[in-house]
Design a protein around this ligand. Structure first.
Ligand code: ADP
Length: 440
């Protein structure tokens, strides 16, 4: 039993270091909002880069016709066709998905873009219409002009189509969110990675005084993955991932929130428990393998509501090769996964409220000016959300929604709508391509 106590000590430590009480979360909101202000003032002044995108107005005028988009995400490629009818309504859409081919990620960039171009060509040939323009969603920094790389590959493959709108996934999601509901002011991605963008007034972007856009506003890509909340520092389970690289303490939000890492954080906690005690038995080699536990597995563990936690037992057997785990340990495993999920979801909620605060829509006076309608009621704010974690994992979604309510209070929370926008990053890219093909 002494060994069991040691496992419980690890649990207590995790409970403490992962805790996100409301008051601390509110301070995370304030810190991120301050960083956002700083990032708009100067290029190197902030932990968040606040990148200005080329998108100044979201699609509302566009021409009828067929448009395509390619969306390169962390876990898959998507090829999309959108048909716009009168009034820019989407009258038809088609999406083909392809999992990321590992060998392609290791090859040359020419092979990579050639493969995208040839898959797109096949897709277009099957659809029988070449389309008017191509939107391209690419969310990774690679130090190359990726639109040019894809255009060259399209030409090599004999396609006349050209990329006329390049964006990251948040911007596409914002575009589709705005298409469905004009009160959409921001978009958040919580999938393999996490990030957000929002619509900012040009006067607030002091690092770029001569911004001249027709709409007077610009979509700002927050790049919040790099934000490290000082109130909730990374734990040894988080910083382990990069302890041999210079960005040891970097990418706080990304590590604590995104699907890429949550399963691995749980694995590291279990590994520590197995080192300190025998709660997992003696055959625990599986726990030493990095990234063996995926985030969907962590989700399935949390969502197991059977009395004997049968699903938890099966996941431990199947994925970690740990057999006959007693119920007491299965409960411990579920508790750890719950703590990790809760911290992730609540931090994402804090991120969303920070954007509202930056825009003066959170009910406090810390933002620019408090945004109210003529009747004095705070304006309705819609946040478009996309990504497997929020869409597929109900426990995560509930924790996030609950935390937004907790931080904002009922009156203001009633003006905020968190709206899932399916396939926003790809469909939104096609919409922006359409808007830019007709008006620019
Ligand atoms: P991408 O980020 O590659 O564009 P998605 O937005 O679809 O793709 O997110 C995929 C990520 O979402 C996966 O890497 C995984 O971490 C997470 N995810 C997918 N399904 C689930 C699930 N059922 N439960 C928890 N997380 C999930």
């Amino acid at each position: 039993w002494r060994r069991w106590l040691r496992a419980m000590a690890v649990l207590r430590d995790v409970e403490e270091s992962f805790a996100t009480p409301t008051e601390r979360l509110q301070r995370v909101v304030n810190s991120l909002a301050v960083e956002m202000f700083a990032g708009l003032a100067s290029e190197d002044a902030s932990k968040v880069r606040m990148l200005l995108t080329c998108v100044d107005s979201l699609p509302d005028v566009s021409e009828e016709g067929i448009y395509y988009a390619v969306d390169i995400g962390g876990t898959g490629f998507r090829f999309l066709k959108v048909q716009l009818g009168a009034g820019s309504t989407i009258i038809n859409q088609k999406i083909e998905r392809q999992p990321v081919k590992k060998e392609l990620m290791k090859g040359t960039s020419e092979d990579f873009f050639n493969s995208i171009a040839s898959t797109l060509k096949n897709f277009i040939e099957r659809e029988g219409d070449e389309g008017r323009a191509l939107g391209f969603t690419f969310s990774f920094p690679i130090g190359q002009d990726v639109a040019q790389c894809l255009n060259e590959a399209l030409e090599r493959n004999g396609l006349n189509l050209k990329v006329n709108a390049l964006m990251n996934n948040t911007v596409g999601t914002l575009a589709l969110g705005h298409y469905y509901d004009e009160d959409t002011i921001a978009a958040v991605i919580i999938g393999a990675g996490t990030n957000a963008c929002y619509i900012e007034r040009n006067e607030a972007i002091t690092k770029c005084q001569c911004l001249l856009t027709n709409s007077g506003q610009t979509v700002v890509n927050v790049e919040w993955g790099s934000f490290c909340p000082p109130q909730i520092p990374l734990t040894p389970y988080d910083i382990c991932f990069h302890n041999e690289t210079p960005n040891y303490y970097d990418q706080g939000f990304e590590k604590m929130i995104s699907g890429m890492y949550l399963g691995e954080i749980a694995r590291l906690v279990f590994h520590k428990m197995a080192q300190e005690s025998d709660v997992f038995g003696t055959d625990v080699d599986g726990l030493a393998i990095p990234f063996i536990l995926s985030t969907p597995c962590l989700a399935a563990i949390c969502e197991d509501d059977s009395l004997d936690l049968k699903e938890v037992g099966s996941i431990l057997e199947e994925h970690l090769k740990i057999h006959n785990v007693p119920l007491k340990t299965r409960r411990l495993v579920q508790r750890v996964c719950d703590i990790i999920t809760q911290r992730a979801a609540r931090l994402a909620a804090a991120g969303i409220v920070a954007i509202l605060q930056k825009l003066g829509r959170d009910g406090t006076l810390c933002g620019t000016t408090r945004v109210r309608t003529m009747t004095g009621v705070p304006k309705r704010s819609v946040i478009a959300i996309e990504g497997g974690l929020y869409q597929e994992y109900s426990v995560f979604r509930e924790y996030l929604n609950e935390a937004v309510l907790e931080i904002l209070g009922e009156e203001i929370a009633a003006t905020v709508v968190l709206k899932v926008v399916e396939e926003g990053s790809g469909l939104g890219a096609a919409l922006i391509a359409a808007a830019y093909s007709s008006t620019r």
